[in-house]
Design a protein around this ligand. Structure first.
Ligand SMILES: Nc1ncnc2c1ncn2[C@@H]1O[C@H](COP(=O)(O)O)[C@@H](OP(=O)(O)O)[C@H]1O
Ligand SMILES: [Mg+2]
Length: 288
């Protein structure tokens, strides 16, 4: 029986070390962070993204030489990952735009897929002083949030009804489509929490503070979602694209071109049905 204890221990320690690096640079301000824009509108990158990326990739490859490692700042390695049964997806800093602005809604994310299923995820919100992890396999379903003092609390989603849903949506990639989603689901602006980072947003659902995250377009990549999905699946949440298809973790296609819908679980099908008329007006059909 694979417990993933060894993997979890290593990844928790790597995430904490990376969090300390990122915080040290962020405290140093703009000159130390060295934010630059990547080509092709791919968003900002900082010294912390590059250095943490290199450290995490090297450590995972050394510890698990048979595994593939796909990471945001070294995406060319993804070609070699096709067909490898175990693949790590690493986002050294998810929410780099917020990180570079000195905010706290960013996270170090390390996820493991086995046969295309996210089974282990660590989302370290170093700026917020909180680290969440989850394991979701047929043998083990467990997810905790650990605060800076080391206190661990089991993650638990809310029991909110469809009429009470709390949304969490992007801060830096806001879309007018989100307002349409809010309208059809009857979600007022005060129940829309805007935050950076997929992992931070999904974390609010895993802790029961929000219930629904809709990313109504392309733009996110497998490293943005793998770790968050593992922990949300571990607590019974649901994740699909805008049409209700499961997310596909195939390193030959790094983008989630059909958007994202993550929820606390019990109303996922009703949410998809409610937004489907909108999706049909936005897009002719799903990609691929
Ligand atoms: N429209 C878009 N174009 C490019 N990247 C996008 C995007 N929407 C989301 N992302 C990526 O998804 C992550 C979460 O975005 P957001 O927090 O704004 O929802 C960010 O990852 P990084 O910060 O790791 O680059 C961001 O780059
Ligand atoms: Mg990211």
């Amino acid at each position: 029986m694979a417990t993933f204890d060894h993997e979890l221990r290593l990844v928790l320690s790597l995430a904490r070390e990376a969090g300390a690096t990122a915080l040290a640079y962020q405290t140093g301000g703009a000159d130390v962070m060295q934010a630059q824009d990547k080509p092709d509108d791919a968003g900002p990158v900082t010294r912390a993204d590059t250095e943490i990326n290199a450290r995490l990739v090297a450590a995972l490859k050394a510890a698990f030489p048979a595994d593939a490692v796909v990471a945001e700042e070294s995406p060319d390695d993804a070609a070699a990952a096709a067909g490898v049964p175990r693949c790590w997806y690493v986002d050294p800093i998810d929410g780099t735009a917020e990180y570079a602005r000195g905010e706290t809604c960013w996270a170090i994310q390390i996820g493991l897929c086995v046969a295309g299923e996210p089974v282990l995820g660590v989302v370290h919100e170093a700026g917020a002083g909180r680290l969440s992890w989850g394991i979701c396999t047929p043998d083990r379903r467990e997810a905790f949030v650990i605060d800076d003092d080391g206190a661990a609390t089991p993650l638990r989603t809310s029991a909110r009804s469809l009429a009470e849903l709390r949304l969490v949506s992007s801060l830096s990639h806001a879309s007018p489509k989100t307002l349409e989603v809010m309208q059809v689901l009857g979600i007022p602006p005060e129940r829309n929490l805007r935050l950076g980072s997929v992992g931070v947003k999904v974390g609010t659902i895993a802790r029961g503070e929000a219930d629904l995250y809709v990313h109504p377009r392309s733009g996110t990549k497998l490293w943005d979602t793998c770790a968050p999905w593992a922990l949300l699946r571990a607590v019974g949440g649901a994740v699909t694209d805008l049409w209700g298809h499961p997310l596909v973790y195939d390193p030959r296609r790094l983008g989630h071109d059909n958007g994202l819908v993550a929820s606390h679980g019990p109303h996922h099908a009703e949410i998809l049905a409610a937004i489907r008329p909108l999706v049909d007006t936005w897009y002719r059909s799903p990609h691929g």
